[in-house]
Design a protein around this ligand. Structure first.
Ligand code: ADP
Ligand code: MG
Length: 313
């Protein structure tokens, strides 16, 4: 997943549990990587119309992504790969495609053209075929680390671990409390460096951040182009946000939300929260203003130097 990952578990069986966690993470890569040859998603993208056969786990993940795309009106879009690829975000050969090229590529990003159906030719009942229209390409990059995190925590839990903290490239997920029984404290990075903006006290929780400050390139026009895209324009997101941190029990849900809310911008993100209220967030705007949702009251504390944060009710 092109990032650093740390798994730290506590308890009697922790060495064996960590070994299983590593295995589980490597399996995720084999399933959902867009760039690893012969991964399931790689194969799907090679032959989208023919599709790939897979079990409930990946079908559930793709189905979840489609539902989140619907709920967020396409802010989260699991098939933006033709666009992000054209901008060079997979190869590192960054470029700015012209308007005509983008217009053509936008014809390929309609997530309603992903099909999941029972695989007829399968003896196993629980197998499905995922397919898409010709030219479409799936990228589960916005949900992959959350999916992997949930999978790893489940694995650790089954191995008898009650306390663990994992950091999958900035996606923090904790299992239970700290070994001393108190909640974990997760810091939210300052997008401009230095001390964290705040800490959040959590147990059994995911704290996932999306931002424009770590993966981007600078165009010849001097502008910064980030790795999170707006599926309506086919361009990197440019709005009032520097970073969004989503907080909830599920790593998958938190990961999908951090990306989707980032695409929405602060106003729409706040409305989305008010309509759903099944997660919390911390938003850091480009002007350094901080917003956090009411559910974090009593759990969030700000470091000196953070401008007065506003609680969204
Ligand atoms: P990160 O992977 O840096 O933690 P995200 O979870 O926000 O950040 O995922 C960003 C990745 O998701 C991008 O690298 C790209 O592969 C993909 N992506 C970009 N824009 C979108 C979008 N609007 N919807 C879904 N996936 C996206
Ligand atoms: Mg995400």
């Amino acid at each position: 997943m092109d990032t650093f990952m740390t798994v730290r578990s506590y308890g009697r069986n922790c060495r064996e549990a960590n070994r299983l966690a590593r295995k589980s993470l490597l399996e995720c890569e084999d399933l959902i990587s867009t760039t690893k040859e012969n991964s399931l998603i790689y194969m799907l993208n090679e032959e989208p119309e023919k599709g790939v056969k897979t079990g409930v786990e990946i079908c559930g993940l793709v189905d979840f992504s489609i539902k989140m795309a619907e709920r967020t009106y396409g802010a989260l879009n699991p098939v933006l790969f033709p666009v992000t690829r054209a901008w060079g975000f997979t190869s590192g050969n960054f470029r700015i495609p012209d308007e005509q090229e983008i217009e053509e590529l936008l014809k390929l990003v309609d997530y309603r053209n992903i099909k999941i159906e029972p695989a007829e030719d399968s003896a196993e009942k629980a197998e499905f075929r995922i397919s898409m229209k010709a030219g479409m390409m799936m990228d589960l990059g916005a949900v992959g680390k959350g999916f992997a995190g949930d999978r790893v925590l489940k694995m650790l839990s089954l191995a008898g671990i009650e306390c663990a903290i994992i950091d999958l490239g900035g996606n923090i997920q904790v299992l239970g409390n700290k070994p001393d029984g108190s909640p974990w404290t997760v810091g939210v990075k300052n997008p401009w460096g230095g001390e964290p903006v705040c800490g959040i006290k959590v147990s059994d929780c995911a704290v996932v951040t999306s931002g424009g400050y770590e993966r981007f390139f600078e165009g010849e026009d001097g502008r910064r182009y980030i790795h999170i895209f707006d599926g309506r324009t086919g361009c990197p997101v440019e709005n009032d946000l520097a970073a969004v941190t989503a907080v909830c029990a599920s790593g998958l849900y938190a990961d999908s939300l951090s990306t989707a809310l980032f695409v929405m911008g602060s106003e729409k993100a706040v409305s989305f929260w008010r309509e759903n209220r099944d997660f919390d967030f911390v938003i850091i705007k480009k002007d350094a203003a901080v917003l956090y949702t009411a559910g974090l009251k009593g759990k969030i504390f700000f470091t000196a130097g953070t401008p007065a944060a506003v609680c969204v009710e």
